[in-house]
Design a protein around this ligand. Structure first.
Ligand SMILES: Nc1ncnc2c1ncn2[C@@H]1O[C@H](COP(=O)(O)OP(=O)(O)OP(=O)(O)O)[C@@H](O)[C@H]1O
Length: 794
């Protein structure tokens, strides 16, 4: 252990209850090696402080250690085990094994400065005990005792000790306390460090987490939802996309769990169930809450370390979603979790073979429906209905197989610790909100279950939620017209057949991370190879991709600045992808809610964002209806100002790319058909038609394949050449940059020149709009004109 520079030394705090760590002087980064300077005045104060607190101390760790040791001896059949290190709790700082050390010259403490001697102590953990008189510091010291020979033996001994607790007190010791996790237990000073969060009186460890995440201020939905949720009320929260709804419901759950005793090694009872409509959202919510939990318990041993087994996390969370190994998820569930984040489909699958999970869901403390209004679209309706039925009070009278299964969740219900329900979304109709609040809502009834019709709409289903709260809190922070202030909207009116070229223009004109929504998987399959040929870094995301591929593509999209994600509406809800600059509606969404949620993937957490509608003539009426259901005029979305000369040039590139793609597709199809015929003939044991089978035919096919390949290679070369040639705007002279009708010299010098389109300024999408030209009226010569699509390419 190094004795450091002057900065390592500081005077102990005058009030011992405030900070035991600082009383002991500085600690090393691991937090268990301390130095102190002894001064008479300090020792006197400290002793007084501790003698007060010692009166209520109940810690008996040394006795426990002895019992464990005895058990170990029994298990080992002898007492010849080598020495082992055990933790013993001390209440008095002077009982710690301080060692005198020489005073290092580099401390700068030349004179005696009232210091009698300098001491150090190692292997001490400071913990706090809650007493009637407040928080009292205690010190856990490592002392030598008999030691099991292997980690397995040590675990065996601890398990045996847990199975045979000899007193309530010991049971409590076994079940763990804050101290067993080696937490940084110093109280978090909300007033000083996070004043905006102070009024919520959150568990101090959440203070550490919020600070670590730099969340200095609660978002409006968090500020509004936390007080009722922390009071135990049911909450229906509606707030714009990207406004921090996950923590609005997540913090009250974590706060509750951190305030509970640290769970023992026995199986944990399930306390929280968060249901989301998509796998990606479930994984994202899990990772968001896990990050907060990790930051709340910074001193937990790293994952995989041998000490981790001894200190399970205070709160455990996992995602249960389709597309991943169900077996693995079952194993995780078997170990016990505090919070499950799940999609209804997979959860219901697992529940059907696991009665104990069904029982745990009946005894939940928190039920959350995140983006509830999307579940119906995701085809989870029946499973959702089945799961929700288990959370009803009436349903708990029913006999469920496995009811005899014993766990701590049963005690919770006996304690009257009632379930809280949180329903959150960015879009929940006003009618539904009003109806949810009505006390006489229709409910599921277990007794009449057989006659009861299944719910037919999501509203119907949500109306049957069994809020324990007679008056659930409804918080609706939806902005007028669902408009987010940091989001700018625009549109391009063009023919369907020209959408590819305008999209490509947009990517070159406004580089950035773009999320493109299409309404069909086929559309994505068509567009993806085209963009790849045009050297746009594009990745697909849709339900027919394997889950692993979906996550991989999301990761790539997140990590590449100018990447493009071509997605169906599975990506419309909840996904929190950092810095999405543009959302593009390649096809117009069918509902206003989808429009709102798609747009919500950009302009998150007060960042700027741009959303663009690509509107074909036959889609105009959908846009009109969409805007009207948002209470807006169609004209509220302005048209993008488009450099038509560039679009025309880009058309040549897109046409060639399409030609290449069609040829490649034909080759693939022919090969596929031939192979299929051959395989089928082999399987059936029949001879192929001589036309298909003969050597002659093979030779001919080879020759035409070679010719096609050469043609494709040629076209690819040509396209490469085109992509290398800079696109120069009308009136721009690239040779004489100071001349031409549009000299580019000043933009060039200012670094404002768009590298792909010479003559266009480097600018953000949305900064060039055709004012007032939102409903197809011609206001500018340069705006996109559907009629121009047939124009000759220059
Ligand atoms: N108090 C806060 N201060 C700053 N950033 C925050 C705060 N709370 C959450 N965030 C961040 O804001 C972003 C959006 O949060 P979140 O995903 O919870 O939004 P949401 O309202 O659920 O969005 P959606 O409706 O699209 O699901 C996240 O990156 C999150 O880390």
């Amino acid at each position: 252990m190094q004795v450091g520079s002057a900065g390592k030394w500081h005077l102990p705090n005058a009030n011992p209850a405030d900070s035991a760590r600082s009383q002991m002087g500085r600690s090393d980064p691991a937090g268990n090696h301390y130095f102190r300077r002894r001064r008479q005045v300090f020792l006197r104060r400290l002793t007084e402080g501790f003698s007060l607190s010692m009166s209520t101390s109940t810690t008996t760790k040394p006795q426990l250690s002895a019992k464990r040791l005895a058990l170990k001896r029994k298990l080992k059949g002898g007492s010849s085990a080598p020495r082992k290190k055990l933790k013993v709790t001390k209440s008095n700082i002077d009982d710690l094994p301080w060692k005198t050390i020489s005073r290092p010259a580099e401390t700068g403490l030349g004179g005696d400065d009232g210091i009698l001697e300098l001491e150090e102590v190692e292997g001490v953990e400071v913990v706090y005990e809650e007493t009637e008189k407040g928080r009292v510091p205690k010190f856990k010291v490592v002392e030598e005792e008999s030691k099991p020979q292997t980690d397995d033996e040590e675990e065996e001994m601890e398990d045996a000790a847990e199975e045979a607790p000899e007193s309530d007190q010991e049971e409590e010791e076994n079940s763990g306390s804050d101290s067993e996790a080696g937490d940084d237990t110093s109280a978090f000073d909300f007033e000083k460090l996070l004043p905006e969060w102070q009024s919520f009186a959150l568990n101090h460890r959440l203070g550490n987490a919020l600070q670590a995440k730099s969340f200095s201020t609660p978002t409006p939905i968090q500020a509004a939802a936390l007080p009722p949720a922390l009071k135990g009320k049911d909450v229906i929260g509606v707030a714009q996309t990207g406004s921090g709804k996950t923590l609005a419901y997540g913090l009250p759950i974590i706060h509750y769990l951190l305030n509970q005793k640290r769970p023992s090694k026995k199986r944990r009872p399930l306390r929280g169930l968060i249901l989301t409509p998509t796998r990606e959202l479930a994984l994202q919510v899990t990772s968001h809450l896990s990050e907060v939990l990790k930051a709340a318990e910074p001193s937990l041993p790293a994952e995989g370390s041998s000490t981790q087994k001894k200190f399970p996390p205070h709160v455990s969370i996992a995602a249960i979603v389709g597309g991943m190994s169900a077996q693995k998820q079952r194993r995780v569930l078997d170990r016990g979790l505090d919070i499950i984040v799940a999609t209804p489909g997979r959860l219901w699958d697992i529940m059907q073979d696991d009665d104990s999970l069904a029982l745990e869901i009946r005894n939940l403390k928190f039920l959350v429906l995140d983006e509830a209004d999307r579940m119906i679209e995701a085809g989870h309706f029946a499973e959702l209905e089945n799961i929700l039925r288990l959370t009803l009070r009436e349903a708990s009278e029913e006999q469920i197989p496995g009811e005899e299964h014993e766990n701590e969740a049963d005690e919770e219900v006996k304690d009257g610790n009632e379930m809280q329900t949180f329903v959150f979304s960015a879009t929940l109709s006003k009618d539904l909100q009003r109806n949810l609040k009505k006390p006489m809502r229709p409910k599921f009834s277990s007794k009449k279950k057989k006659q009861q019709k299944p719910a037919s709409t999501l509203d119907d289903l949500l109306l049957r939620l069994d809020f324990r709260d007679a008056d659930p809190e409804i918080i609706d922070l939806t902005p007028e017209g669902n408009l987010i202030s940091s989001l700018q909207e625009g549109r391009i009116n063009c023919l369907t057949s020209d959408k590819d070229v305008y999209l490509y223009y947009f990517f070159l004109r406004y580089p950035g991370r773009s999320l493109v929504f299409l309404s069909s998987i086929d559309g994505i399959r068509r567009l993806l190879p085209l963009l790849e040929l045009l050297e746009v870094k594009a990745f697909p995301l849709h339900s027919q991709l394997e889950q692993r591929q979906r996550l991989k593509n999301l990761d790539r999209f997140k990590s590449i600045p100018n990447a493009v994600l071509l997605a169906t509406d599975i990506a419309a809800r909840g996904l929190d992808i950092p810095a999405v600059d543009h959302v593009i509606h390649f096809q117009i969404p069918r509902t206003a809610d989808t429009y709102v949620h798609r747009n919500g993937r950009t302009a998150r957490a007060n960042r700027k964002g741009f959303s663009m509608l690509m509107c074909a003539p036959d889609e105009r009426r959908v846009v009109k209806a969409l805007m009207s259901s948002l209470g807006r005029e169609e004209s509220s979305i302005e048209e993008l100002d488009i450099e038509m000369s560039m679009v025309d040039k880009l058309k040549a590139r897109v046409q060639l790319a399409r030609q290449i793609e069609n040829s490649q597709h034909k080759v693939k199809k022919t090969n596929h058909d031939r192979n299929w015929m051959k395989e089928a003939a082999e399987t059936l044991g029949v001879d192929l038609d001589s036309e298909l089978d003969s050597d002659n035919e093979d030779n001919q096919a080879n020759r035409s394949k070679k010719a096609r390949d050469a043609k494709i290679r040629g076209m690819k070369e040509e396209l490469k050449g085109m992509l290398k040639t800079p696109l120069i705007g009308r009136g721009v002279s690239a040779k004489f940059i100071t001349s031409g009708t549009r000299p580019i010299i000043s933009d060039l010098l200012a670094g404002e020149l768009n590298e792909h389109l010479v003559g266009a300024k480097k600018t953000e999408a949305g900064s060039e709009m055709v004012k007032g030209a939102s409903s197809g009226k011609k206001k500018s010569k340069r705006k996109a004109e559907p009629a121009a699509s047939g124009k000759q390419n220059s």
